[in-house]
Design a protein around this ligand. Sequence first.
Ligand code: AHG
Ligand code: MN
Ligand code: MN
Length: 326
Amino acid sequence: MKRLNSQLQEDGCPLELILLIRTLLAGCKEISFRVSQGELAGVLGSTLSDNVQGERQKKLDVISNQILKDILSESGYVKALSSEEEDTVVGCNPDGKYLVSIDPLDGSSNIDINSLIGTIFSIQHAPQWMEPDDPQAFLQPGTQMVAAGYVLYGPSTVLVLTTGRGTHGYTLDKTHGGFLLTRPNIRVPEQTQEFAINASNQRHWEKPMQDYIADLLAGKDGPRGKDFNMRWIAAMVGDIHRILSRGGLFTYPFDYREPNKPGKLRLLYEANPMAFLMEQAGGEASTGTQRIMEILPTEIHQRVPVIMGSKEEVAMCLEYHNREAN
Ligand code: AHG
Ligand code: MN
Ligand code: MN
């Protein structure tokens, strides 16, 4: 089976980027080990602190952030990093070529129930003009990403990665410690009968999403003329991994709960990297009105509505949004 390194070389990835990705993955292997130790290592449960977004941090959020921050800032390849668990940008090596954005532990509410969790990351070029702690440099549209991916700490530890030459899946061989290419060139089926949404928020959605989901739920008897199945893992990594594996539509839509937070998911380290993976696998990713990867970010922890997955189903959902706008 092909190793990660060979695939990255074949994809024409610059050496320094390969080394950066491998460094980041060394951190993820450490997280994978800690996760698998669970209660034996005392990593479950919460801390007494909140992150900048007002969320109570789990011990594993803090541990994962520290592992990745240490390994990335010592690597030399990274000029600065932004993280869900850091209030502001962390300056690293002034000569580093890259910027890294991370969700160190996605799916925090799954930690204590031994369910799916993961790490999400995106990598951009570091502009030469920037000071290492300047957040402005991170505010580039997703189309500028040079790599993005996630590591899913499931029954097996899986990496899904793109450097803009397709989306490839790897499995961590825990006996040798390497990521082996197990799913080259992932393609998302264009059609689907499966969707993922936290339906408990229904009353807070906008009308187009209300109408779209109502028609899915009406199944065979409704305008869609077919039954749909629903799944919700409460970890974007888990839901997106399923959709990359067998198709589907994932959404965390705009909602009216908090007007200054138009969505729940964060652009830099959740929506953008997943959008890049999805598009490289033939899927689509939108806010409902705009392609996610074309958004010009205004701040590092910006939140956006997310609709992504199988091409035809995303297009259908967007039709409901367009109808409403006209
Ligand atoms: P995080 O654990 O990094 O804060 O992210 C959780 C996110 C995302 O992974 C998931 O899809 C969503 O929050 C779940 O939200 P609900 O708890 O509202 O279902
Ligand atoms: Mn997350
Ligand atoms: Mn997180």
